[in-house]
Design a protein around this ligand. Structure first.
Ligand SMILES: *Cc1c(COP(=O)(O)O)cnc(C)c1O
Length: 613
């Protein structure tokens, strides 16, 4: 039998038994469906890395990045939305820049969920089925924990994002699905954001406490920074505190832990912060630490994971300038910095723009700051790349919906988690405005996508409202709500529409990142001035605003809708249809000013300079 090397995991496979895929006129062979799907999602990533995974030395790692979710690979359902995408992009940029990080997260055998919408917009949720394996390597080490008095054995799968420079980085995905565990404990790493409070707390114990123990067991002995990506990971501080304190002593060495911890908050509302009743904590976690110590660190009445993270960290930051300020007002007793989010430039740049940048801005893949030089790209090159990206999106829309959209029609994209404050329906709140605009200016198409959390009834209702409004507008505006928003669809949408829309209720958008993805593909934003857009927006230069810049003015929804419609009718669509050169100027400025800055290369360098040192 003839063998071949799986380009994803490096394993040798027999061709006759392998899964195959055609790419660039060649047949590629894979050990598993997971490897095949990973490859097809991003062939380029694997073509530079055909050697089998080298050992990434644990003792060389200095920083541990803990996150409840991480979008590492389109074939692995280990994320739900923006937080996970940010974590994945962060780890990828660390691999590129060879920053000595190890990632820690959970595996999720059943993922988040697969979304199907019926014709009325009712969301159906299906479990995702996948088999870890392929690029995931099960490590031969286990650690144990106590949850509700039972011993729970935890194992870890290692995934290694490969950087564009060939740098590698280990990510440990913790897993309790082992035969010696009780059935309810085996399920602790099945669902992302599923289950009740007890389940959630148990997952956070696996992540925080199990994660620290796993790092120790694997020989990560030189970690001097523990970075908590949101409060879900804050229990790690308790394990570090136990480790820093001699057995039997009650002289807790808080300072020793605080020196080593860094905390990033992502939520500008108190209700968004995880909190657990102490009765539940006692019942699930046992007496890892005395109650008085927990109360001192995490709040008197309930264990607030954000407060715990804050109290045990030497550096705390929000994820955009405004978000840092809002967080500082919420927590006046702490010094809160801000490090504005980014996205991974290569991962989110569509193939047509990658090729254009490769030709015109060599080096941009390792140095996305040089996207600044996009300012001298020609109109023709930008427009050609955009038309190709738009064609790819419309092809995928046809494949999914059997609907052929018009390549020449102005197309708006709106896709993100379907939760109330994101206000997906604002654009459709006064349908006659859109009809009038189409009559006066030209054709309009709108693509929506986004999952509502299974328990978020108002979010599901919002999807139904969008789908209903789309029906009413059917004759005048083509509006589609696409199923199952995930990484691959996000890539196509952020690159292939003409305008990226964002209408969150201020000040609830901590950062937002999808507009940064669009910017890498020359797609300008029309957005409420919140989160990153306060930093990226220059009116008429990088896109357009909705509402005011100052917080003093209370946002007024009908007023915001009016402004949204007016900008579309009088500024944006006329520019698109009648002064195409001017439109392309905005596209070019969007890349040069925003893609060059709102990327994770800049972001992780700020973490390295301001938080990790
Ligand atoms: C980027 C991304 C998000 C985050 O979008 P925001 O507009 O920043 O909320 C959510 N889901 C997926 C799949 C993404 O790729």
């Amino acid at each position: 039998m003839i063998s071949a090397k799986d380009p994803v995991c490096g394993m040798t496979v027999f061709r006759e038994q392998a899964m195959t895929a055609a790419y660039e006129g060649r047949t590629w062979y894979f050990c598993s469906e997971l490897c095949r799907r990973s490859f097809l999602a991003d062939p380029e990533r694997y073509l530079g890395a055909r050697e089998p995974s080298e050992i990434v030395s644990p003792s060389a790692r200095r920083i541990a990045y803990f996150t409840m979710e991480a979008a590492l690979d389109p074939a692995m359902p280990t994320y739900s939305g923006g937080l996970g995408v940010l974590a994945g992009d962060t780890l990828r940029s660390c691999a590129d820049l060879k920053i000595p990080v190890v990632g820690v997260s959970l595996l999720y055998w059943k993922g988040y969920f697969e979304q199907k919408l019926d014709e009325w917009g009712n969301q159906q949720e299906h479990p995702v089925t996948w088999e870890p394996g392929g690029p995931l390597r099960l490590l031969p080490v286990t650690v144990s924990l106590t949850i509700e008095g039972r011993t729970v054995v935890v194992q870890a799968w290692q995934y290694e994002p490969v950087g564009v420079t060939g740098g590698r980085l280990p990510v440990l995905l913790l897993d309790t699905n082992r035969p010696e565990n009780a059935p309810e404990d085996r399920e602790l790493t099945f669902w992302l954001y599923g289950g009740d409070e007890r389940y959630r707390l148990a997952q956070e114990i696996v992540l925080g406490i199990g994660g620290v123990r796993m790092l120790q067991a694997l020989g990560y002995t030189e970690i001097d920074r523990f970075h908590m990506n949101e409060g879900h990971a804050a229990l790690l501080t308790l394990q570090l505190l136990r480790d820093a304190t001699p057995v039997g002593s009650t002289e807790w060495d808080f300072a020793a832990v605080r020196r080593r911890c860094v905390f990033t908050t992502h939520t500008p509302v108190p209700a968004g912060h995880d909190q657990f009743a102490y009765d539940l904590v006692r019942c699930v976690m046992g007496d890892l630490l005395p109650l008085e110590v927990l109360q001192m660190l995490g709040g008197r009445d309930r264990l607030n994971m954000t407060l715990l993270g804050f109290n045990m960290s030497t550096h705390i930051n929000g994820v955009a300038k405004r978000h840092g300020e809002v967080s500082q007002e919420m927590f006046p007793g702490y010094a809160i910095d801000s490090i504005t989010n980014g996205i991974h430039s290569v991962a989110w740049t569509s193939e047509p723009f990658r090729q254009l940048y490769d030709r015109a801005i060599p080096g941009w893949r390792t140095d996305p700051f040089s996207l600044r030089y996009a300012i001298s790209l020609s109109n023709q090159d930008i427009w050609d790349a955009h038309v190709q990206a738009k064609t790819r999106l419309l092809d995928e829309v046809r494949r999914r919906t059997q609907r052929q959209l018009n390549l020449d029609a102005f197309t708006i994209g709106f896709a993100r988690r379907a939760t109330l404050y994101k206000r997906a329906d604002l654009l459709l709140s006064a349908p006659h405005e859109l009809i009038e605009t189409v009559k006066q200016v030209g054709a309009l198409q709108i693509l929506f996508a986004g999952k509502a959390h299974p328990k978020d009834e108002p979010g599901k209702e919002m999807i139904r409202r969008v789908v209903q409004a789309a029906k009413q507008l059917e004759r005048d505006v083509t509006i589609l709500y696409l199923d199952n928003y995930e990484l691959l669809l996000a890539r196509l949408m952020t690159a292939g529409v003409d305008l990226w829309l964002n209408t969150p209720q201020r000040p609830l958008e901590a950062s937002g990142t999808s507009g940064m993805k669009a910017a890498h593909n020359g797609v300008p934003s029309l957005s409420v001035l919140d989160g990153w857009w306060l930093e990226g927006h220059i009116e008429g230069v990088t896109g357009w605003s909705i509402g005011s810049r100052t917080m003093a003015q209370k946002p007024d929804q009908p007023e915001e809708a009016r402004e949204l419609y007016q900008k579309l009718r009088w500024t944006i669509m006329p520019m698109y249809y009648r002064s195409r050169d001017h439109w392309i100027d905005v596209m070019r400025q969007t890349i040069a000013l925003n893609a060059s800055f709102f990327n994770t290369h800049r972001m992780v360098q700020q973490y390295a300079a301001n938080a990790y040192v």
